[in-house]
Design a protein around this ligand. Structure first.
Ligand code: SAH
Length: 433
């Protein structure tokens, strides 16, 4: 099983290498000093993550070659042909979609206009336009990252969250460093993941030295692109984790509205979270961020602002997911957001960043709607995460109830994901930037 295709180095540039994938060239950053032209490497998120032995690379490539081009054909067929004029699109909507097709920046007002649409035939055109743009700029690559939930201990009181200090009866766990490394090695060595997200509640009780050691050990024993998602670790903490080898930060700002944010977090300010995201970008992290969709009191205008903010924060990966009310919390009684509203956010994010963004179909969206992955991938998304947390811990990572795939072992999740990707003509690869 493989979640990235090995590429062949064609040229060594300064801090980067030029890598060839079946005739397509990509520039990826290189942190190794033992690479030469002709070597094969795996790259993820724009970084070389490891060198691959020639025989191994050629085996994988042989298995992929034919399928790679077949999948592309399927994707092209499913994503082609959006003709607004022939389809009698409302002129205001047509203008927005035209601008996106011409590569012009879609601003807040235009995003709002998209999010306000309700007519099913118009929504269908918006989703198809988003899917077309995804194919045009990013082809059929789909990131499949693994998420490892290392602890559900948390010091914060976020009103929406099922592992915050508010809900009662949460059974808390903290994986030991050995268990974390072991689970990461299984994900990388046994299952072929090339990118892992390490996530936990905030201040779960590991020292920075422990976290840094964990990251270093994983990179040594099971090279992968590592994202950290431990909440607000402080600006110095961000530096330390980067120095240890983390290269991505998954930190949602949750909402771009300072008022909404203040109502949901008693101890925190939106500005502190944003300062982390800005500093992380300066340090060199790949940024994965976004917001909760359907929060009590959230308006469509807030959501348009969320998308613009994610873009301003240089999101490499857009992570928007539905708010799912947690029983026993003050927000338990709020209705769930509609599936169509989630799809609109995904499509609007794609129109806002057609050329670069990896847009996630989140597990929360899958929990909301059983067909989320397929529909999301056909509305502009090109990324998903599989849960590689040991199953006996997963049931306690109750950020919201009845999480999709909570009991599925890794092999089953992979099988399900690959079957869907094949059906849609997507290749589970990340060919770098
Ligand atoms: N402590 C980390 C990780 C938090 S859990 C941090 O602060 O970033 C990861 C994400 O789960 C959160 O960012 C939040 O957006 C999401 N989440 C929390 N509660 C949720 C709920 N009830 N429904 C849907 N998503 C939720």
């Amino acid at each position: 099983m493989c979640y990235a295709i090995p590429g062949k180095i064609k040229e060594i540039l300064n801090r980067a290498v030029l890598v060839d994938y079946f005739g397509e060239e990509r520039r990826v950053l290189n942190e190794f000093d033992n690479l030469a032209v002709g070597d094969y490497v795996y790259a993820q998120g724009g970084y070389v993550i490891r060198k691959v032995a020639v025989a191994e690379a050629e085996d994988v490539l042989a298995a992929w070659r034919e399928l790679f081009f077949e999948l592309r054909e399927v994707d092209l067929r499913l994503s082609g042909g959006v003709d607004f004029r022939r389809e009698k699109t409302d002129p205001a909507l047509g203008r927005i979609l035209d601008r996106a097709m011409e590569g012009k920046t879609i601003g807040k007002e235009e995003l709002l206009e998209l999010l306000r649409r309700e007519d099913p035939s118009e929504l269908d055109i918006i989703f198809r336009a988003a899917n077309f743009l995804r194919q045009k700029h990013l082809r059929n690559a789909c990131c499949v990252h693994g998420i490892l939930e290392i602890s559900n201990h948390c010091s914060e009181d976020c009103a929406y969250c099922g592992i915050s200090t508010r809900p009662r009866g949460v059974s808390r766990y903290r994986m030991t460093p050995e268990e974390i490394v072991q689970a990461a090695m299984e994900a990388v060595e046994t299952y072929g993941f090339k990118a892992l997200v390490l996530q936990s509640g905030e201040n779960p009780g590991y020292s920075f030295r422990e976290l840094a050691n964990i990251i270093r050990t994983i990179k040594e024993k099971a090279p992968a692109l590592i994202f950290v998602s431990f909440g607000e670790v402080g600006l110095d903490g961000l530096e330390e984790l980067f120095a240890a080898g983390a290269r991505g930060l998954l930190l949602r700002f949750e909402t771009s509205s300072p008022e909404l944010y203040a109502g949901l977090h008693s101890k925190k300010e939106l500005e502190t979270r944003l300062a982390h995201l800005r500093r992380a970008y300066e340090i060199g992290y790949l940024i994965a961020t976004g917001s909760l969709v359907g929060l009590p009191g959230q308006t469509k205008e807030d959501l348009a602002n969320d998308i613009v903010l994610a873009r301003e924060l240089h999101a490499e990966m857009f992570s928007f997911g539905p708010f799912l009310p947690v029983p026993g919390t003050s927000l338990a009684g709020y209705p769930r957001v509609r599936e169509i509203d989630m799809l609109k956010v995904i499509a609007a994010a794609r129109l806002a960043d057609p050329e670069n963004g990896k847009i996630l179909v989140t597990t929360a969206f899958e929990t909301l709607s059983p067909d989320a992955r397929r529909k999301g991938l056909l509305a502009g998304a090109n990324s998903m995460m599989l849960n590689v947390t040991p199953v006996h811990y997963r049931k306690d990572y109750t950020i919201y109830p009845n999480r999709a795939h909570e009991k599925d072992d890794i092999a089953d999740q992979i099988e399900g994901a690959i079957a869907l990707l094949k059906d849609l003509g997507r290749a589970p690869t990340d060919l770098g930037i």
